[in-house]
Design a binder for this molecule. Structure first.
Ligand SMILES: Nc1ncnc2c1ncn2[C@@H]1O[C@H](COP(=O)(O)OP(=O)(O)O)[C@@H](O)[C@H]1O
Ligand SMILES: [Mg+2]
Length: 252
C-alpha cells in the first residue's frame, strides 16, 4: 500500500488543467496536491497516476512521493467555490496525494536543456504508458532542486477506458512529435536497453499492489485481483512489443 494520510485543510485549488486538483494540508504536517476521486475523469485517472508514477520512480525517474489522502468533505466547508464544495462532497474517502514541491518551476524546454540520456528515458517511459500529456504546451514536468520531476500521469494508460479493445493498444505506436523532450532524446536505443529489462512482471505486480482496491472495483472485472492481473498482462505484453511503439528519437 501507499502511505496513508488524512487531509486536515483544503488550502487552494490549482486551476491549470481540467481536473481541479487542490492543495491540501494533511495530519502528517505535509502539503499535498490532491487528485480527487470525484473529479470528472473518475477513479481511473487516479489508478493511472499510481501505476505510472510508481513505475517511473522504480525506473529511476524523479516523481514526488505519492500517498493515499483520506478526505472528509467537511474540510471544504469554508471554501466559497461551489465547484470545489461539490468536488469534495463527491470525494469522501481515499483520494490521491502527491507531495507538493514548494517553489517548483514549470519546465521550459528553452530555458532548461535536458541531457540526452535523461530525455530519452523520459520519452521511452511516456511512449510505454502512452502519455499524451507531455507536450510543449502542457509538459507536466517541474524543475525543483535542479532536478526534473514528472507529474500528472492521469491521462496515461488510456487502454483502461476500454478493456474489450485494450489488446489493440499493446503494440500501438506512440506519436513523439509533440513530446516536449523529443528534440533532446537522442539516445533511445540506450534508454531501451537500460529500461526494458527492468520492467518485469514482478515489478508490475509490485506497482499494481499499491493501487487501493476501491479504485479498481469498477464493472470491468469480477474482482480487484482480476483487474490487477489484467494491467500486469497488458503492460508486460506492451514492453515485449516495444519494437512496434518505440520512437526513434532525434539523431544523437
Ligand atoms: N507536486 C507538485 N508540486 C508543485 N506543484 C505541482 C505539483 N503537482 C502539480 N503542481 C502544479 O499544479 C498544476 C496542475 O497539476 P497537474 O497534476 O498537472 O493536474 P491537471 O493538469 O490535471 O490539472 C501543475 O501544472 C503544476 O503547476
Ligand atoms: Mg497537468
Amino acid at each position: 500500500m501507499l502511505r496513508q494520510v488524512t487531509g486536515i485543510r483544503y488550502v487552494t485549488p490549482l486551476r491549470e488543467g481540467g481536473s481541479l486538483p487542490g492543495v491540501v494540508e494533511a495530519d502528517d504536517l505535509g502539503t499535498y496536491v490532491a487528485k480527487f476521486r470525484g473529479a470528472g475523469q473518475g477513479p481511473k485517472a487516479l489508478v493511472a497516476e499510481v501505476i505510472c508514477g510508481e513505475l517511473a520512480r522504480r525506473l529511476g525517474l524523479a516523481v514526488p512521493p505519492l500517498v493515499v489522502l483520506d478526505i472528509d468533505p467537511v474540510i471544504g466547508r469554508a471554501e466559497p467555490d461551489q465547484e470545489v464544495q461539490e468536488l469534495l462532497r463527491n470525494s469522501g474517502g481515499a483520494n490521491l496525494g502527491m507531495d507538493f514541491l514548494p517553489g517548483a518551476l514549470g519546465y521550459d524546454p528553452v530555458a532548461h536543456p535536458v541531457d540526452a540520456a535523461l530525455a530519452s528515458r523520459v520519452l521511452w517511459f511516456d511512449a510505454y504508458v502512452e502519455n499524451v500529456d507531455r507536450s510543449w504546451r502542457n509538459p507536466n514536468l517541474l524543475v525543483w532542486h535542479r532536478e526534473l520531476w514528472l507529474i500528472d500521469h492521469g491521462a496515461s494508460l488510456y487502454f483502461h477506458h476500454n478493456w474489450p479493445r485494450a489488446q489493440a493498444a499493446v503494440h500501438r505506436a506512440y506519436r513523439a512529435d509533440d513530446h516536449v523532450l523529443a528534440a533532446y532524446a537522442g539516445r533511445m536505443a540506450e534508454a531501451d536497453a537500460e529500461l526494458s529489462p527492468r520492467v518485469t512482471r514482478d515489478l508490475l505486480s509490485e506497482v499494481l499492489a499499491l493501487v487501493p482496491d476501491g479504485w479498481l472495483d469498477g464493472p470491468d472485472f469480477d474482482s480487484v485481483d482480476a483487474a490487477r492481473a489484467a494491467y500486469v498482462e497488458h503492460l508486460a505484453a506492451r514492453v515485449a512489443r516495444r519494437g512496434d511503439w518505440l520512437p526513434q528519437g532525434s539523431p544523437a
